[in-house]
Structures are given as structure tokens and as C-alpha cells.
Design a protein. Structure first.
Lengths: 362, 316
């Protein structure tokens, strides 16, 4: 059984570490690229949202590298993500790929199905072994998230942005050569030390911008055209409203109550949006208000074209923007997004916020 | 003084109007229904709504704009789910909140949560209504009466047995799509009127009993969690598997998230069983002439298939 999984930002690092600790052979899909998206768009239904298309591209690229089992998490509505497996399985079958798709659904969907799926993955290891690997995986997810946040922070203050790029590129290159969680943790630690040594200008008072919106487009750098890096190069301190750690804490570790942080966002959103609308629509509205209360200078909402929950959120953010006097920009991404136009919009937004700040101070 | 309640003629109007009408009438309200969708309503909707939304949502905004200065309340229920463990489209879930943020100068919006995923869904909705309308008496009985009206309406829809509907000589065409696309004459440019003159037996998703479409829509590796989706998938699979139809016409609004999946699944079945299918995408830019040409071509093709099925040249 050679396992693969679709990309979601840095999750592949933890996922690879976890599965290798359990003794599986893992085929990590190649980092998402233009080619991945092209393959995906070719075989997916036209009106489907972008994450679906990138997933298909990931699968096909890893199947060609030898994978025969695909691992994904499920959901049960109302966003269409929950129905991805039905259509993806059919597309792969039609293309003649013989693969097994393992979907991890919530407990409500049938405990037996979940049990068999979990057993397949756990590879009949002892409970001690499983506990150890899960703990390692968890710390890997946390550490990778912390590291990317650290790189964002350093980039905003760095004298030469290229220093940060060099360290991070090196880090991503080295990941492919490591095996198992222990080595990965060591690599992360070394990278962190390097990042802390980058010369910075402490006198800069960078703009603070929150990234909100649909989870996949926030986390996957290819989908958002590396927005963190682009903003960092413009001396902006970026924070993402959703990271794999936040997701895990909300949906798995504090199941079924949800984490404090996310529940607080639900409460903030309540006066605008009373009930959940699927995906992370309610969290998007809550995060905008949350970042305002933390003194951020603005937020950017990113959504894939056609994303249903985020369209609801977008129409509500208009009111939030007015009520809170808080700049919010929406960027819609799909397979046609051009990098130059995207960068221009970012620069214009940053210019506007800079002007706003000067006005407030002066 | 009797108060007026406005009901937009869009979205769930096409499925639930009987129950709403009976309920509000028994409460002593006057009902103002917005007119059939027209150009002005569409334009008002496009102006008010976010650009990314689909056409039915924009039109819904237009209907609310029409009603807002003429009534005391507007009724926009939050229909979260209509069946156990099933949802509606996310845009339905947040529709009343979208309206509140997009349109200024609204009268009071009555938006009870209707969540039949929950056992006590109806009870909660009725209680919600009581609070929102500030009624000081229980209206449980009235609600029950209203539900009876709805049942009657549903039965009427199912009265004609589909096997009786079949006229041997003409082709059977299934019109698929969300009710607000199929029955809104403006969105689909009066397609039903156009098809009436043709020699066709028209079938709709509403013709299939609930039991059957639920059975036929539960054959996937994952449960379909949209009530509307199950209806469309189940009814088309039922008709195809029982060889009751010769073609499918799918009316889909541009940007519909549900349809992006449902069209694929129906298409898949059609390819398997060799049934012709046409997908007509509707949006505010659709031109009528091109639309008619495509329908004509499709109908001709269906007819020729029937007529010339065994007369193909062996020389290919």
C-alpha cells in the first residue's frame, strides 16, 4: 500500500512523518504547480471550485509516481467539499487509474466505516506505537505552522527579504530528503535558529494584515499565489485566520465542543450571521471582527471562484466594513488568475492602508 | 389594523407557498406577493447583490427590493434542512443575512430557523415565529392546519401516475433543475411554454414519489446531504433505470454550487445508459435566440434518434 494525499499547505510534512512512523510507504504529491492545476482543470467538471481541481491534479501526479491509495478527510455538508470523493473516485476510474480512496468521515456517518478506515491506516501497530506517532504528528503540525508564522514575522522586519527566502527554500528542499518524524523535527529546529539570526530592522512598524476566507485558499500557498510572501516583501506582517493547527484543535482535539478560539469567532459573527453556512463562512465574518479588535490595519478575504459559503460571507463583510470602519478586500482566485493583476491589487490595497495610517497619525 | 406581510416570489416560494399562505392568513395578516420576475426586478437584484452570487439569489434580492416599501414585514425563512441529517444550499442558509447586509431601508425581516434535521424542528420554528411576530397566543393549531394545506398541494402534484402520463407516440423529456429555475418563467425564458407546442410528454422531478427518489439516490460511496440534490439525482436515476424517458434537459443557473456536482452525476448515468442530455446554463446575459436554437437542435436530435434508430447505414 503506497499512500498519497492531496496537498494542503505544510500539512504534507506532518502527514508524511506520521504515516512513515506507522510503517507505511508514502508518496508525497509533487508541490502544487501550474501543471497540477492544468491536469486538474482538464478532467474536472467546469463549474467545480478550485480546490477540487488541484486535488485531482495532486492525485494524478502521485499515481504516476506509484501511489495506489488516497487518503482524504470527509465532511457532511453543506459545503460541496463533502461530496468530493464521489466525483473524484469516478473521474479516476474513468481515466483508468485503479486506486483505493480512504475517506475519514465524522463519527456521525457510521462508526464501523470509520473503524475499518482507521485500522487500515494504523497498520496493526501497538497502542503505544500509535500514541507515540500521533504525538509526533501533532507536534509536527504545530511546529510547521509556528515556523511559517515565524518566517512571516521575520520577513516583515528583515533588512534583506532574500535572506528569509533562502532559508525557507532550503528548508522545503531538505524536507524531501528526510525520513520519519524525528529527523523532520530536527530540521525544523535548525531552520528556526537560522531564521532568528536574520538581520532585522527593529524600528520598522509594519502594517498588520489578517488573511481570512476559505480554508484551502488561505493555507495552500499555490492557491493564493504565495500571498504571505508577497505581502511580507511589502513590509507587511501577515497572520492567517485558519491554520492546520487551528483546524485540528477545533474539529478533532476538542470534539465535539470546538476550541475556545473558534467559538469566540462564532460569537463575534453572531450579530451578522446567526447560523453556520457551511465551510468557514461564519468564521470568516468572525475573524474580520476579531482582527479589528486586535488592532490590525485590514484584512484580505480569499475565496475560490464559486465558493458558496464565502459568497454569503462576502456579502456580509460589506456591512462589517462599514460598521467597524475597517478595510476589507476580497480576492477571488481560480485557474485563470493572473499574477500581475493580483499583485497590483495587493499593492493598491497596501497603499490605501498606508495613507489611512498617515492620516490617523498626522 | 391588519398588517401586511411580504413574500418574495422566488426561491422556496415555488415549493412552500401553500403552507405560508394558509398560515399567515389564519394569523390575520394580509399577504403581498411580489409579481412574477421581470426585467426591473432582475436589474434591482443585480444592483443590490454581490457579483459572485448565482442568478436565483440575485433575483431574490430584486423581489425583496420590490417589496420593501410596501409591507410591514418580509418573510425570509432560514431553511437549514428539510430532512434528517440533510442540508440546503449554503446560500439558502445565509439568505436572510445576505439580504440584511445588502439592502438598506428594510422593514422587519421575519426569519425563523426552519431546521427539520432536528426532531423538534417544527416546534422551534413555530416558537421562533411567535417571538418574532410578538404574538401572545399559541399558534400550534394554525400551523398544523397550514401543514395540511401543504400536504394537499403535494398530493395534487403527485396525483397523475407517471405511467399514465406516457403517450406512446411522442418522446418523453425530463426537465431537471431547481424549482426556482424550472418554474420561474423569466429565468428560463418561458421554456415550458415553448415545449408545450412540441410533441412531448414532459416529466418533472416533482412527479417522482419521495420514497423512490430517496432509494435511487442512496447508491453512492458517500451520502448526498442536499435534500434538493437527492431529489434531482434520485428522480433522474429512477426514470432512466426504469426506461421511462428519452432525454433530459437540465436547467442550471450559472455559478450554482450544487449543480456543478449534480450535472456531473446525471451526465454520468446518461452516458452509461445512452440517453441524450442537454445542460442549459442560465444567467443574466443569456440570449433567447441562442437558447431556442439549442433547444430546437436537441429536440430534433431526440426525434431522429427515435425515428431512424434502426435505419443507420452500415457503411460508417
Amino acid at each position: 500500500m503506497k499512500i498519497t494525499f492531496p496537498h494542503l499547505g505544510n500539512v504534507y510534512i506532518a502527514c508524511k512523518g506520521f504515516l512513515e512512523e506507522l510503517g507505511h510507504e508514502v508518496v508525497t504529491p509533487p508541490i502544487c504547480s501550474r501543471k497540477t492545476l492544468e491536469i486538474g482543470s482538464k478532467y474536472s467538471p467546469e463549474m467545480m471550485c478550485m480546490p477540487f481541481k488541484i486535488f485531482i491534479g495532486n492525485y494524478i501526479e502521485s499515481i504516476e509516481k506509484g501511489a495506489d491509495t488516497i487518503l482524504i478527510t470527509g465532511s457532511c455538508g453543506p459545503c460541496r467539499f463533502g461530496l468530493y470523493p464521489i466525483i473524484q473516485a469516478d473521474i479516476l476510474k474513468r481515466l483508468g487509474y485503479d486506486v483505493d480512496i480512504i475517506v475519514f468521515d465524522a463519527i456521525g456517518e457510521g462508526i464501523d466505516k470509520l473503524k475499518t478506515n482507521v485500522n487500515k491506516i494504523l497498520n496493526s501497530k501497538s497502542s503505544q506505537e500509535i500514541y507515540r506517532s500521533s504525538k509526533l504528528a501533532l507536534s509536527l503540525i504545530r511546529k510547521t505552522d509556528d515556523l511559517s508564522q515565524l518566517s512571516n514575522e521575520v520577513r516583515a522586519y528583515a533588512l534583506n527579504k532574500i535572506d528569509v527566502d533562502k532559508i525557507m527554500n532550503n528548508y522545503y528542499l531538505n524536507i524531501e530528503q528526510t525520513h520519519g518524524a524525528e529527523e523532520l523535527l530536527k530540521l525544523i529546529k535548525n531552520t528556526e535558529i537560522d531564521l532568528r539570526e536574520v538581520p532585522i530592522d527593529k524600528n520598522i512598524n509594519p502594517l498588520k494584515i489578517g488573511i481570512i476566507g476559505e480554508i484551502y485558499t488561505i493555507i495552500e500557498p499555490f492557491a493564493n499565489l504565495e500571498i504571505e510572501k508577497k505581502l511580507g516583501d511589502l513590509n507587511v506582517l501577515v497572520e492567517k485566520s485558519l491554520t492546520p493547527t487551528i483546524w485540528l484543535e477545533h474539529h478533532v482535539l476538542s470534539y465535539p465542543f470546538g476550541s475556545k478560539h473558534e467559538n469566540m469567532k462564532h460569537k463575534l459573527a453572531e450579530q451578522y450571521l446567526k447560523n453556520p453556512v457551511g465551510g468557514h463562512g461564519r468564521e470568516t465574518v468572525g475573524s474580520a471582527i476579531y482582527y479589528k479588535s486586535r488592532g490590525f490595519d485590514g484584512v484580505i478575504q480569499i475565496l475560490p471562484l464559486n465558493c458558496m459559503p464565502e459568497i454569503v460571507a462576502k456579502s456580509i463583510l460589506k456591512t462589517v466594513e462599514k460598521d467597524e470602519d475597517f478595510p476589507i478586500m476580497t480576492l477571488v482566485v481560480d485557474e485563470m488568475t493572473g499574477e500581475a493583476g493580483y499583485l497590483t491589487r495587493l499593492e493598491a490595497f497596501i497603499d490605501l492602508i498606508n495613507k489611512r495610517r498617515e492620516k490617523c497619525i498626522g | 389594523m391588519t398588517k401586511t406581510i411580504g413574500i418574495p416570489r422566488a426561491m422556496y416560494f415555488y415549493e412552500f407557498y401553500p403552507v405560508w399562505e394558509a398560515y399567515f392568513k389564519s394569523l390575520g395578516f394580509e399577504i403581498l406577493l411580489s409579481p412574477k420576475t421581470n426585467k426591473d426586478i432582475l436589474n434591482a437584484g443585480i444592483l443590490a447583490c454581490v457579483d459572485e452570487a448565482c442568478l436565483p439569489v440575485k433575483i431574490f434580492h430584486g423581489h425583496v427590493v420590490f417589496l420593501k416599501d410596501k409591507v410591514d414585514y418580509i418573510f425570509i425563512p432560514r431553511i437549514i434542512g428539510l430532512h434528517k441529517r440533510e442540508y440546503n444550499c449554503p446560500k439558502h442558509l445565509g439568505l436572510s443575512d445576505m439580504i440584511k447586509s445588502s439592502i438598506d431601508g428594510l422593514p422587519e425581516i421575519i426569519d425563523p430557523i426552519i431546521n427539520l434535521r432536528n426532531k423538534n424542528g417544527v416546534k422551534i420554528a413555530v416558537k421562533d415565529m411567535k417571538n418574532e411576530l410578538k404574538l401572545n397566543y399559541s399558534q400550534k393549531e394554525l400551523y398544523k392546519n397550514a401543514i395540511r394545506e401543504q400536504e394537499k398541494y403535494k398530493k395534487n402534484l403527485l396525483k397523475t401516475d407517471i405511467s399514465l402520463k406516457k403517450d406512446e407516440k411522442s418522446s418523453n423529456l425530463l426537465i431537471l433543475g431547481h424549482p426556482y429555475n424550472v418554474y420561474d418563467e423569466f429565468i428560463n425564458m418561458n421554456i415550458l411554454e415553448k415545449l408545450k407546442d412540441e410533441d412531448l410528454n414532459l416529466f418533472f422531478a416533482e412527479d417522482i414519489p419521495e420514497k423512490d427518489y430517496r432509494e435511487y439516490s442512496s447508491q453512492f460511496i458517500k451520502r448526498i446531504f442536499w435534500t434538493q440534490g437527492r431529489k434531482l439525482i434520485g428522480s433522474s436515476y429512477y426514470l432512466i433505470d426504469n426506461e421511462l424517458i428519452d432525454g433530459i434537459m437540465y436547467l442550471s443557473a450559472f455559478g450554482c454550487g450544487l449543480d456543478s456536482m449534480l450535472v456531473y452525476l446525471v451526465e454520468k448515468k446518461c452516458i452509461e445508459k445512452n440517453i441524450p442530455m442537454i445542460v442549459l446554463t442560465l444567467d443574466e446575459q443569456t440570449g433567447e435566440a441562442g437558447f431556442v436554437t439549442r433547444i430546437d437542435a436537441f429536440l430534433d436530435m431526440m426525434e431522429w434518434r427515435k425515428k431512424d434508430e434502426n435505419n443507420l447505414s452500415t457503411f460508417r
